[in-house]
Design a protein around this ligand. Sequence first.
Ligand SMILES: [Zn+2]
Length: 59
Amino acid sequence: MPDDDDSTALPQTCVRCGNQALVRIVGRCSDCIGRLGLAQNDEYAAWRAEVKKEFGVQG
Ligand SMILES: [Zn+2]
């Protein structure tokens, strides 16, 4: 299990934009995730790799 529990309802700081966000996936808030998804760049690929590592998602 990861040390930081993202399931808590406390706002945490997004590692990318620094905003407080209730919903984060591997440190990025939903706004950043949306932007990464639109950009489809190297940063998005790196985030996807972290998600796979964190959750064990294939594909
Ligand atoms: Zn963000």
